[in-house]
Design a protein around this ligand. Structure first.
Ligand SMILES: [Zn+2]
Length: 320
């Protein structure tokens, strides 16, 4: 936002805009930190749901903008992947270039703050819609990868599992002219690739049976294993509240847990700078950037901070 402003207006005015935006963000944090501390104080056992927004500052792009709309063309669907060899060619040609972005990403302060809150006994279960494994790499132990994990690949025929990194080696070996300079990274290990490169791309088969390889993730239009959903439902049933972080909750897989929380009489807090599909269900909506907010709250809880009296409502409760 700052860069866009500074291109169009004089530097001194750009500085004022930056100052105003910075002050606005600080005002949000000033009210949102104690609000979230109070929420945690009043709800000892939490189920936390995270989305792409929590991994954005780790360098992994998000699918949707602050209004919840697609930033690019919609991602590949499960049906397209399993039924169309050309779609698989397109997927793997892009994945070859996008995978290193996810592989080399590091957990940020928000991931680490949630790990700390788990260690302090506040989080019963962390349900993530992300496939990047950054929560586990930050040290969180009780994590459900709702949409699977991008670091693993399985065969659709013999079900053999293999690491994404070993598939990467085969992709590079079989496609030596696929230059990383031609691509822009996209979410979930995806990237933009010119059509000519896609059409000449060699897709490796399963090493054991020659079957079709598929990343161990739930594509759009695919279904989440029932046992995985049941584990989340059970955790919500025995928790005091649900906290959704960094997700527009546009996809039913995440939204249904917010709805379930309401049906079971549990409280719901949402931390997201933009609108979410579950805003109307939330008892608390905070618009601060999740990284400084969670870090401040986790540090305060570690120090045994007692939440102050309720202040003014969050400055971004309209969804920003
Ligand atoms: Zn196989």
């Amino acid at each position: 936002m700052y860069a866009r402003c500074s291109k169009r207006i004089k530097p001194d005015i750009a500085a004022q805009v930056r100052t105003k935006a910075y002050n606005g963000a600080m005002n949000c944090l000033n009210t949102d930190v104690p609000a979230l501390q109070r929420f945690l104080h009043n709800h000892a056992r939490l189920v936390v749901i995270t989305g792409a927004g929590i991994s954005a500052s780790s360098g992994i792009p998000t699918y949707r903008d602050r209004g919840g709309s697609w930033k690019h063309s919609a991602p590949i669907t499960h049906q397209e992947f399993v039924s169309d060899p050309a779609k698989r060619q397109r997927y793997w040609s892009r994945s070859l270039l996008g995978w290193p972005v996810v592989r080399d990403a590091k957990p940020n302060l928000a991931h680490r703050a949630l790990t700390r809150l788990e260690q302090l006994g506040h989080i019963d279960l962390l349900v993530t819609q992300n496939v990047d494994r950054l929560h586990q790499r930050a040290g969180s132990a009780k994590v459900v990868d709702l949409h699977g994990r991008i670091d693993q690949v399985r065969c659709t025929q013999c079900n053999a599992n293999t690491s994404r990194e070993s598939v990467q080696w085969r992709l590079l070996r079989d496609n030596p002219h696929h230059s990383a300079e031609l691509a822009a990274p996209r979410p979930d290990g995806d990237a933009d690739v010119p059509i000519a490169l896609v059409e000449s791309f060699t897709v490796p088969p399963c090493e054991y049976c020659g079957g079709v390889l598929i990343p161990d993730v739930v594509f759009f239009g695919g279904s989440i294993p029932k046992s995985r959903v049941a584990e989340c439902n059970e955790a919500i049933a025995s928790a005091d509240a649900v906290v959704a972080i960094g997700s527009s909750l546009q996809v039913f897989s995440g939204f249904r847990f917010c709805r379930l929380a309401g049906q079971l009489g549990k409280s719901l807090a949402i931390i997201n700078p933009g609108r979410t599909q579950a805003d109307a269900l939330a008892n608390l909506k905070l618009g601060s950037d999740c990284e400084p907010l969670l870090q401040a709250v986790a540090t305060g809880m570690s120090d045994g901070a007692i939440p102050s009296a309720p202040g003014s409502p969050s400055c971004t409760s309209d969804g920003g």
